[in-house]
Design a protein around this ligand. Structure first.
Ligand SMILES: [Zn+2]
Length: 152
């Protein structure tokens, strides 16, 4: 079972809170469901716009979260489970349609937009082939999109 270092259990990928706050950075935050969590940000999803389509770029969990789970269930299991979570968030939990709407110029899109997870109408073709890259050294878990590039 995946767990946040704050002690909150994350039974499945639908438990994360997703926040689309960094519109100008094309970044969606993956948050701990516990609102008083001291870490709060557990990871991120990045994308870019190609015309009117949102193209998935990469998704990652941050080292503190990955390390914590690696100590709980072992490195290999943590990598595997967390990758599944990233994939599920990207392909099922995010309404890319809503993201595209929000990205449109002149969209009334509030600065802070809670991403609805009610609509599992993800545009899977915008995700492309996901390639997984587990970086054990830096204790991050990454998913790359088709044209994903490592950026640091
Ligand atoms: Zn937490």
């Amino acid at each position: 079972m995946v767990e946040c270092p704050c002690g909150t259990k994350i039974e499945n990928p639908s438990k994360y809170s997703l926040l689309f706050l960094k519109k100008e950075l094309f970044e969606i935050d993956i948050l701990c469901p516990n609102e008083t969590c001291y870490l709060r940000e557990l990871g991120y999803i990045r994308f870019h716009m190609s015309g009117e389509e949102a193209m998935f770029r990469e998704a990652s969990f941050y080292p503190p979260f990955v390390t914590w789970n690696a100590t709980q269930m072992g490195k290999d299991a943590a990598q595997r489970v967390l990758k599944e979570h990233l994939r599920d968030i990207v392909t099922k939990r995010i309404s890319w349609r809503e993201i595209v709407q929000t990205m449109k110029p002149g969209s009334s899109g509030a600065e802070v937009q809670e991403i609805s997870t009610r609509f599992a109408t993800t545009k899977v073709d915008a995700v492309g082939d996901l390639r997984s890259v587990g970086n054990l050294r830096s204790n991050t878990v990454l998913w790359y999109g088709v044209d994903g590039r490592r950026r640091h």
